[in-house]
Write a protein that binds this ligand. Sequence first.
Ligand SMILES: *Cc1c(COP(=O)(O)O)cnc(C)c1O
Length: 222
Amino acid sequence: MSVASNIRQLKAALPAGVTLVAVSKFHPVEMIREAYEAGQRVFGESKAQELTAKQPRLPDDIEWHFIGHLQTNKVKYIAPFIHTIHSIDSLNLLQEVDKQAARSGRNIRVLLQVHVAAEDTKFGLTPGACEELVRSEAFAACRHVTVCGLMGMATNTDDTGQVRKEFRTLHSLFAMLKERYFRDNPAFTELSMGMSHDYRLAIEEGSTLVRVGSLIFGDRTY
Ligand SMILES: *Cc1c(COP(=O)(O)O)cnc(C)c1O
């Protein structure tokens, strides 16, 4: 199957209100262009260096999403053009994004990454730390970011019951935070969950942004 037909098939299968983030990490700009020509505009990358190398070689109307672990010293390289950062996992990182957004004269959309998987290798705030962050004064002082919701990854397992449970945990945290802290914030609407192997489950559990790589572009060679 070609990249273009994979994109078309996936898009046709997504319900209204769910956006496809085509995860193009480790794949060359030629493949991204192929997806672009098939109508895809939203792409996800997970390394600042790789993204800053690709971005100038591709059309300006691409919406770049950063989905990987982001080091504070790399924020300045992506701040001038990044559309959404899914992986805010500390106050320190949020403050750096805020600072670099101001420096670029921009406002950057961000999601708070929450750890819901059983594996301890995955980054993210605990649900408790996430709520603590959201209610802090330092959080309220970040004026150059728009907090649009949460991102999370489920455990990499065939146990769909467990995966569903983790997505539900993330969805209920989202609903609780919205109710308590973002009631008057119309931008707090996004739940980024689901990858190639679990995006269908994620959609059933309320995902609004699915991050799909290998189903579109094939296997990555690291
Ligand atoms: C790589 C990656 C994806 C895409 O994974 P696939 O299994 O290729 O769909 C999604 N989310 C994050 C955070 C990733 O790092």
